[in-house]
Design a protein around this ligand. Structure first.
Ligand code: SAM
Length: 288
């Protein structure tokens, strides 16, 4: 939930009793699609940012952290990845990072809300600017239905979704994860939005996602990154595969690609799977 005060402060409620504020210069867009409420703002500290149903999706200032960790971790594990499916990701940040790999031949992006893509192209060109890359095919439909019906086999599936409420809910179900399993090649990797361990509401979603993924994938790991504008700043992605391990990778080979990053590096890659004790314990308990 969000709140905008008369003195120009935007607040997102992280819980009923804790909120995060950004001082706004201008409210650029205030609209609604058939799926969600969409707002774009210009701010002093975080540049442009946009919200869906009042939840911050990305800000110009910190989106690099999320998108680099979403893409470069699995790409360093399997640099030979050729076919990629992105579910959600309407801002184009995941595509922008992926097209930096010349070996990636084909990217299908399935975003339910065309309006998000159109507005991101207009207001966030630095994030959305690579959506026109010839390797990218855009589909505007429900990602869960797409994965159920596809006959393609992907080397990488990125679930770059909203939280498990509203339109994003189906992307956190065991059935969806089973369909992803079927749509992945034998060496394929699934990366999913794994919520946050800190506030109780998010931690419960983290546990649910881990339990369901663990019921489907033999390899199910979680990695962390620091995201200043997401609840508590401590956020997680899930790494699932049929056998490929996330830390068995050739750091030298990735570094030789010469891809310049601001957050990701191969040392961080090894470290981000080491989780705080309370997070590890909750995940282990959830797995059962
Ligand atoms: N980085 C963001 C975050 O976690 O806050 C996610 C960004 S991205 C904008 C999320 C996108 O997922 C949204 O544009 C939303 O429309 C899309 N989405 C939600 N549910 C979906 C579904 N069932 N199928 C396809 N796209 C979906």
């Amino acid at each position: 939930m969000a709140e905008i005060l008369n003195d120009g402060w935007f607040f997102e409620y992280f819980t009923d009793n804790a909120k995060f504020g950004i001082k706004i210069k201008e409210h650029l867009v205030n609209t609604e699609s058939e799926f969600q409420k969409i707002d774009f703002y210009e701010s002093y500290e975080y540049g442009r940012f946009f919200t869906l149903d009042g939840f911050i999706m990305l800000t110009e200032r910190d989106e690099f952290i999320y998108h680099e960790m979403l893409v470069h971790v699995p790409m360093a594990v399997r640099p030979q990845t050729k076919r990629v499916l992105i579910i959600g990701g309407g801002d184009g940040g995941a595509v922008r990072e992926l097209v930096r790999y010349i070996g990636v031949e084909h990217i299908d992006m399935v975003e339910i809300d065309r309006k998000v893509v159109d507005l991101c192209r207009e207001y966030l060109p630095l994030t959305a600017g690579k959506l026109d890359d010839p390797r990218v095919r855009l589909f505007f439909e429900d990602g869960a239905a797409f994965v159920k019906n596809t006959t393609e086999r992907y080397d990488l599936i990125l679930v770059d979704s909203t939280d498990p409420i509203g339109v994003g809910e189906g992307l956190f179900s065991e059935e969806f994860y089973r369909d992803c399993y079927a749509a992945l090649s034998e060496e394929g990797i699934l990366i999913n939005q794994h919520e946050s361990p800190y506030y109780e509401g998010d931690a419960i979603e983290m546990e649910r996602a881990h339990k369901k993924l663990s019921a489907v994938f033999p390899v199910c790991r979680v990695y962390q990154f620091h995201m200043p504008t997401y609840a508590s700043g401590h956020w997680l992605f899930g790494f699932a595969s049929k056998g490929v391990q996330p830390t068995a990778f050739d750091a030298q080979a990735w570094n030789a690609l010469g891809i310049r990053t601001k957050y990701y590096n191969t040392e961080l890659h090894k470290g981000c799977f080491a989780l705080p004790t309370y997070v590890r314990e909750r995940l282990e308990k959830a797995k059962g």
